[in-house]
Structures are given as structure tokens and as C-alpha cells.
Ligand binder design. Structure first.
Ligand code: CTP
Length: 472
């Protein structure tokens, strides 16, 4: 089969010419070929295999590009990279790797194209297109990757036990591709992943998180989390989620399975946001339920304080996975911590409760509503409709209250300086007390969020605290 229509970008002519000048063969391989056949749109990275030195080919290509881009050489890996317009092109010499029982590190030798295809992760990633002038665009597909693409199957070129044991990250990649592409992992592969699951421990947290994020960013993330659970990998990566699995029953009372509930919430939210951090918040919103679960005869199952527990766990989880401990982490913590607020509020939508919600959530109030709406997983159509209607009321009220009271990014209408001046005070506790009273009065709706009303309240509060007015 010839797929030269995949190679219309001028860079391929340049690579072809450069390889000819060096007298070596070169091929495009991997994601570019796969995504072209899947019509997934232009794949941003291009992987080139040279039957010879990848570094030499990269340098030759750079020479043949008019502005001579810089070649980044990774000597230890024998690879090189250059950027052409917005495309990153990676060059590697074809390799043959053999692993011995004693060492994790492979013995690497020069190899043929087929040797190189053999050591790749999946048949759908091992397809290559010839860049030689004579056979430009010919598909080289020794493992029937094309058939697997059509059948939507993830399969390894070699015995899966070898492929996954050689590079355990591939276990995550298999599940990630299955999720992104909605493919099935063939049974032998699934067995091999289960068997090799503990080898995930030799993979750096950062690389695991890259794959986790890609799973979360997919249209239906639950596909991936179910596979992680089914293969046993989830226990190694996100034990907090595993702990949510199962239903307890005592005295005839059962609670819902919070693992499957969580996955439904994540799938729901994926329909309404592409923000991966909001998706993380959905994934973690109930993790505090495992350690806070209690049963009492009177009230049945409870999870008191699970939001606070969950937000603390979110921090530890980010830290363990070496994820950024920055404002994104704080955002996820805040979402987890506040995840039940709108639900409690929807029972009785009062102005003051909505003002407090907006005050506490700040700019994240809309995201919080998206999370809470995704959290509605009841199978009872009447309840489903009722809860959504209630949240609609909350949303309307948020807009109404915000237009009137501007508490979203609350700025005290009377400043500390004004209070100090009014009572001739030095910085002191009283200033905080007065400010807090003003804020509370605004949130409760006792006074409008305006300077004059707040100033009047300040004078009253000052008098109550026994402060004397500064005579001018
Ligand atoms: N590859 C592999 N084993 C890995 C990683 C990569 O065999 N652990 C091979 C595959 O042939 C893959 C190619 O290297 O197609 C390029 O890898 P990468 O850029 O990580 O993935 P892509 O397949 O391009 O897909 P994506 O961009 O979606 O990650």
C-alpha cells in the first residue's frame, strides 16, 4: 500500500533528499502514521528512523532547511531532534535491543527497520512509511497494524510479556491509547499487564502522570480508570480511588459504590469541561469518603467531614505523584473541599447562602457548579430533574446576587486606613473585628455592599467596642 498522500508536507522531501545524500534509508514511524490513517488530524511530532545514524541524518536535514534550525543531540540515546515550523522531528537510528535476565538495561546494537519495529510498543505504532525516493510512501507493516487499527485493537508486536516487562510504562500507554481511541486491549496483553503490574514501580512518577492526564483528558476517561482497576495498576498509582470501591451493608442499609460513582462523575464532567484540573477535582472529589465512613443505627452510613479529609488527601496525592504543588493543586483542593456546598444549598436557595458560596468560591464558583452538576448520578429520572432544576435556581441566584452585591472578589468597602483614621487607632485587633462585622453584615444581607452603609456600621461597631471617634 502506498500512502504518499500522508507525506505532502515539504519536510518529507527534505528528509528523503538528505537520506539519499548520506546513502541511508529513512522511514517515518509511529504516531504520525497511526494518526494519519485514523484521520486524527496532523500529528505534531514526527518520528524518523534511519538505518544508520539518526544524529547524522538530523544534521544533514538541518543543512537542507533554509534557516538551518538547531539540532538537539541526545548522545546517550543516540537520538537527535530539530524543529521545523511548529513540528518537532525526532531522529533515531534503527536499533535492535536484547534484554538479559540480570540487567534492566538493554544491550543496544544497530539493527534493521524490522528489528526497530519489533522493539516498539504496539502494532499500531510500529507502522512505517518509506522515505526512499524509489518507494516514497510505501507502508511497511510487518505486524498488521493496519488490521488492528480497523479492528480497534491494542496488540504488541512481540510476546506482550516481553514488551511490557522491557518498558513497563507501556502498560500505562496501552490503557491510555485504549481510552483515547476507544480501542480494546487484546486479552493476552491485559493478562501480561496484570502479571507485570508491580514493575510500574520502576517508572518515574512524572511519566505516569503524563499518561494519567491523557486518560483524564479523553472523551470517556472511565474507560482508562476501569482498565487500571481491572489490571491491578490502580492500586499502585491511585490507591485512594481503590479504597472507594465496594458497598458495605449493615442492618439492611447500603451506601453507593463511590468508585463507580466517581467514574460516572468524571465522564459527566468530561462532557462539560476540557480543563484537566477540574477533571482531577471530579476524580478526587469523594476520596475523603473512605477514611471518614461510619455507620450508626440512627442515621445509617455517614461520611462526615469527607470534604476536608479529601482536600488534605489531594495534597498528599499530588506530592506523592510529584505533581505541581502550585495554584493548580490548591484549586483542586478547594474544589474537593467545597464540593458539597452547592448541594446543601440547593435544598433551600437563600440569598445569604448564595452570597457566602460566591464569596468563598470566588472566581471558581462556576467551575464548582459544573462539578456539582456532574455529581448528579441518580438513576431516578424525577430526582435527576429536580436536582438539576435546583442547581439552575442556584446558578440564576448567583448571577442575581453578584450583579447586586459584587462579593465574587470581595474588597472591603471600608478600608483598614479609614477605620484607623475614624478612631485614631494604630494597627490593632479591633480593626480586624470591625472589618469582619462589616463582611458578615454584607454576606447576611443586613447592609448592601456599599461604602456609606458600611461606614455607618463601622461607627456603630466602634461604639460597641468602646472606641472613641477621632475629633477633626
Ligand atoms: N514508543 C515505544 N515505547 C514507548 C514509547 C514510544 O515503542 N514506551 C514508540 C512507538 O512506536 C511510538 C513512538 O515511539 O509510536 C513515538 O512515541 P511517542 O511520541 O511517545 O507517542 P506517539 O505514538 O507519537 O503518540 P502520542 O503523541 O499520542 O503520545
Amino acid at each position: 500500500m502506498n500512502l504518499n498522500q500522508a507525506l505532502t508536507h515539504p519536510i518529507f522531501e527534505i528528509i528523503s533528499k538528505s537520506a539519499a545524500e548520506l546513502g541511508i534509508d529513512a522511514y517515518v514511524i509511529g504516531g504520525f502514521v497511526r494518526d494519519y490513517i485514523l484521520k486524527r488530524g496532523q500529528h505534531k511530532d514526527i518520528d524518523i528512523v534511519a538505518i544508520g545514524s539518526g544524529i547524522a541524518l538530523a544534521k544533514q536535514v538541518a543543512k537542507n532547511i533554509p534557516n538551518h534550525p538547531k539540532v538537539q543531540v541526545f548522545k546517550t540515546y543516540g537520538t537527535a531532534m530539530l524543529k521545523y515550523e511548529d513540528i518537532e522531528i525526532e531522529f533515531v537510528g534503527a536499533r535492535k535491543e536484547s534484554y538479559s535476565e540480570e540487567s534492566r538495561n538493554p544491550i543496544v546494537e544497530d539493527g534493521t527497520l524490522e528489528d526497530d519495529q519489533n522493539r516498539r510498543d504496539f502494532t499500531i505504532n510500529a507502522m512505517a512509511l518509506d522515505l526512499g525516493e524509489a518507494n516514497f510512501g510505501t507502508l511497511l507493516d510487518p505486524f498488521d497494524g493496519l488490521e488492528d487499527l480497523e479492528a480497534k485493537i491494542i496488540r504488541t508486536p512481540l510476546d506482550p510479556d516481553i514488551t511490557y516487562s522491557d518498558d513497563p510504562l507501556r502498560m500505562m500507554r496501552a490503557i491510555r491509547f485504549a481510552t483515547q481511541l476507544n480501542f480494546t486491549i487484546e486479552p493476552a496483553s491485559l493478562d501480561a499487564i496484570s502479571k507485570n503490574k508491580d514493575r510500574i514501580n520502576i517508572i518515574t512518577k512524572e511519566r505516569i502522570v503524563v499518561e494519567l492526564n491523557k486518560i483524564l483528558e479523553s472523551d470517556v476517561p472511565s474507560i482508562g480508570f476501569l482498565l487500571l482497576e481491572q489490571t491491578g495498576l490502580l492500586q499502585y498509582i491511585l490507591p485512594e480511588l481503590m479504597a472507594l470501591k465496594g458497598i458495605d451493608e449493615k442492618e439492611g442499609q447500603r451506601h453507593k459504590d463511590n468508585f463507580y460513582h466517581t467514574l460516572e462523575v468524571v465522564d459527566n464532567i468530561a462532557k462539560n469541561t476540557d480543563d484537566v484540573w477540574l477533571r482531577w477535582a471530579a476524580l478526587l472529589h469523594d476520596i475523603g469518603k473512605a477514611p471518614t465512613k461510619k455507620f450508626s443505627k440512627k442515621v445509617g452510613w455517614t461520611f462526615h467531614g469527607h470534604e476536608l479529609a479529601g482536600s488534605k488527601m489531594a495534597y498528599r496525592l499530588f506530592k506523592r505523584l510529584k505533581m505541581p504543588l502550585n495554584d493548580k493543586m490548591k484549586y483542586v483542593q478547594k474544589m474537593v473541599f467545597m464540593s458539597s456546598r452547592p448541594i446543601a444549598l440547593a435544598q433551600d436557595v437563600t440569598d445569604s447562602a448564595v452570597r457566602r458560596l460566591v464569596f468563598d468560591a470566588g472566581d471558581h464558583v462556576d467551575d464548582l457548579m459544573v462539578l456539582c452538576e456532574a455529581d448528579i448520578t441518580t438513576k431516578n429520572p424525577k430526582k435527576f430533574k429536580k436536582y438539576h432544576n435546583n442547581f439552575k435556581l442556584v446558578r440564576d441566584k448567583i448571577v442575581e446576587v453578584e450583579e447586586r452585591d459584587h462579593v465574587r472578589n470581595f474588597q472591603p468597602p471600608v478600608s483598614g486606613e479609614e477605620i484607623m483614621e475614624a478612631f485614631n487607632l494604630k494597627p490593632s485587633r479591633e480593626i480586624g473585628t470591625i472589618k469582619e462585622s462589616i463582611k458578615e453584615a454584607i454576606l447576611e444581607g443586613k447592609i448592601p455592599n456599599e461604602h456609606d452603609a458600611a461606614y455607618k456600621l463601622m461607627l456603630e461597631e466602634g461604639a460597641r467596642l468602646g472606641l472613641k471617634r477621632h475629633e477633626v
